[in-house]
Design a protein around this ligand. Structure first.
Ligand code: SF4
Length: 421
């Protein structure tokens, strides 16, 4: 068996890095953003130093030694245990062959002699037009005001604009390495609104690097930015993929993705559907929307935004039923922050959600042949831990305060929770 097929091996530590707006670096975006799991900081270290930091070396060493996945990989492991695919599997499928030589030449202590960052995930800033409930000021400038008023958090997060603009060494490093980058993932904040995103696009255009794959995690609320239509820009690139962060329709959308407008976003989704870019819907499923997730799927399915057919771009690469919950409706179950986790939903409400999802999944399967696997995995994950009522009480408390600050009403959107409020 090739090491690529081992359940405790991941290609990411050889060719990828996730850098967030305050400079902290992580093996990938699945690693929880806590100081203990950070592998370095681009504000004080070069990319080369970070890729051979003690933590990165130890990660590679333990993977090559067949040891269990490290703590930083808990989310991939959790997804796989619940029956979902994982970023680890995708990393191995998509990238291993391009770094096999690097893996084989890795030194005994985990050191690699070459910086081959094929896939970048750099969050240049937290600039964002929305303040989604499950997010925080670290990833959204729009959260600052509410965060200060909320004062529900014990920790004191940095607020305001956080970015990597004044880091000449980092930008030099990017400049040196961009020629090997095959894929760049833009996320945020809202990447389409960030000047740094446009700076990199200009660089790619000026250097005729239209082969570089562009990946985005976007809220799809704005496609026209300062007179530029991003759909027109994307036409020039060979490969563009969008992960569309949409958690609900109408009042659920307005509640979860605060600051966005459902009707405008719906129009944008239709424009994206009619463009040539690839995309998947990436709903974050939390306590806020678990009871409404089937309505989101239904609406997008009926609008053909989630097509139930093989697209021309997929006809050669092969598309099977197992791909539905990867390439169409890419479920992102929320487990942090804990107050929004699908684990910490009262058990009686979990039952109602489970029944509703099962009925809908059965209907989709019978009528359209849509597999049930993703729905089942979601239910499995939700039920894999009992609700912690102390955490749930914090959710109630925060929700009441946030409702007041935002002039919103969670109970009007999700009335089944009324008895707990
Ligand atoms: S196993 Fe998952 S969390 Fe760990 S480095 Fe790979 S992709 Fe990231």
């Amino acid at each position: 068996m090739s090491i690529k097929d081992s359940k405790t091996f991941c290609t990411a530590p050889w060719m990828h890095l996730h850098v967030i707006n305050d400079g902290r670096a992580y093996p990938c975006c699945m690693t929880e953003i806590v100081d203990e799991l950070s592998v370095g900081n681009v504000k004080t270290q070069s990319l080369e130093t970070i890729m051979n930091s003690t933590k990165m070396k130890s990660m590679r060493k333990s993977m090559l030694g067949g040891e269990p996945l490290p703590d930083s990989c808990a989310r991939c492991k959790g997804r796989e245990d619940a029956g979902f695919s994982s970023m680890r599997i995708g990393m191995n499928d998509n990238w291993y062959s391009q770094v096999q030589d690097l893996v084989e030449k890795t030194k005994e202590d985990g050191t690699i002699d070459e910086l081959r960052l094929l896939y970048w995930d750099i969050r240049f800033s937290n600039y964002c037009n929305l303040s989604c409930r499950t997010c925080s000021p670290i990833f959204s400038t729009s959260w600052t005001k509410d965060y200060i008023r909320l004062r529900a958090h014990d920790d004191k997060l940095e607020t305001g604009l956080i970015n990597l603009n004044d880091q000449p060494q980092f930008w030099e490093d990017l400049d040196k390495n961009i020629s090997v980058a095959q894929e760049i993932h833009f996320a945020g904040g809202e990447p389409l609104l960030m000047p740094e995103h446009w700076k990199l696009i200009k660089f790619l255009e000026d250097n005729n690097r239209y082969e570089t794959k562009l990946k985005y995690s976007t809220n799809a609320t704005k496609l026209e930015i300062k007179g530029k239509n991003i759909l027109e820009v994307w036409k020039k690139f060979k490969n563009v993929h969008l992960s569309l962060s949409i958690d609900g329709i109408e009042d659920v959308f307005q509640l979860t993705r605060h600051g966005g407008d459902w009707n405008e976003t719906r129009k944008n989704l239709i424009k994206i559907r009619d463009s040539s870019v690839e995309y998947w819907i990436h709903p974050t499923i939390s306590i806020l929307n678990i009871l409404s997730i089937t309505e989101l799927h239904k609406e997008l399915f009926e609008l053909d935004i989630i097509p139930n057919r093989i697209l021309p771009s997929e006809s050669e690469s092969g598309y099977g039923p197992d791909d539905y919950f990867i390439k169409r409706f890419h479920i992102n179950p929320c487990v942090t922050p804990d107050i929004y986790s699908i684990h910490n939903i009262p058990e009686d409400i979990k039952k109602i959600a489970e029944e509703k999802i099962n009925v809908y999944a059965e209907k989709c399967y019978k009528e359209y042949g849509i597999p049930k696997s993703g729905w089942n995995s979601l239910i499995n994950l939700m039920n894999s831990q009992k609700c912690n009522m102390d955490v749930f009480k914090r959710f109630v408390d925060t929700t009441k305060k946030l409702d007041k600050i935002r002039n919103q009403n969670f109970i009007a959107v999700q009335p089944l929770f009324k008895k707990y409020f």
